[in-house]
Ligand binder design. Sequence first.
Ligand SMILES: Nc1ncnc2c1ncn2[C@@H]1O[C@H](COP(=O)(O)OP(=O)(O)OP(=O)(O)O)[C@@H](O)[C@H]1O
Length: 294
Amino acid sequence: MTPAIALTGVRKRYDDFALHDIDLTLPRGQVMGLVGVNGAGKSSLLRMLMGLVRADGGEVEVLGQRLPQAQVAVKRQIGYASDDMRLYRGQTLRWHMDFIRSVYPEWDEPYAQTLLKRFDLRPQQALRGFSHGQRVKALLLLIFARHPRLLLLDEPTTGLDPVARGEVLDAIAEVLRDEERSILFSSHNTADIEQIADSITFLHAGKVIASRDKETFLDNWRRIVCRGAVTDALRMLPGMASIRDSAPMVELKTGAFDDSTLPALQALGLSVESEEPMPLEDIFVTTVRGSHNA
Ligand SMILES: Nc1ncnc2c1ncn2[C@@H]1O[C@H](COP(=O)(O)OP(=O)(O)OP(=O)(O)O)[C@@H](O)[C@H]1O
């Protein structure tokens, strides 16, 4: 089966920013979390997949079709949620629902009703009276109820309170029960990504600095506290991403942890006091710092 998204060597240059040689694959039926600091290029990448921005080079394939050639056909199968999508503030949510329903025969009214209840939205209320969280939920309802095959969600949980975030993440997880649907969503919030993503991509300064399935990411990273001295041989160990020397203790962060890591440290005269998995946020920050030093 062709992947939902396949990017090969994709480039885009603006005056003060560029996306560099992006290679990325999202298999169908999976959720990929795109993590990056402000200005990393997340929105630019999503806009490119939606056909709103044209790549300068490389190949962009969405749902098995090349962009920009197949743009019109592909766009109908994508649900895109971002700040770019403006709802009409003077119109009600019901008006928007009827509009989408008239354009998309796939519109699923019973599911829309379920989402209205779940998100606690009033369909007869004009959008101008909605809070930020209600607007985000209204936009997601309008997208989800037409069952797009690919969802591109640009920071769907930013600015939501914890309850609304939970509702939105549950709804995203539910969309995936149908195995044909795929989701690429960007967030600053690594906890959200950790919760629902199958794979994780870190984007920094327009480059993919890491992209792996979530389990591998979390399994490969460890924070290790040892007693002993920092040596060049220690710095050269594979995957060593951070070394903090607080003699006589040393704190290490490695992105290549496996059965050989602890014996290798012992062979260098270090005695391991503790070894623990790292939260995704710490992995992200350590990876970004490592990319600056590379
Ligand atoms: N049309 C454009 N013309 C010129 N520069 C642009 C354009 N679109 C985006 N950029 C630049 O590309 C860079 C990346 O922006 P982008 O919005 O993709 O980042 P982001 O990772 O989504 O950031 P944030 O988390 O703040 O939303 C920024 O420096 C931005 O100014």
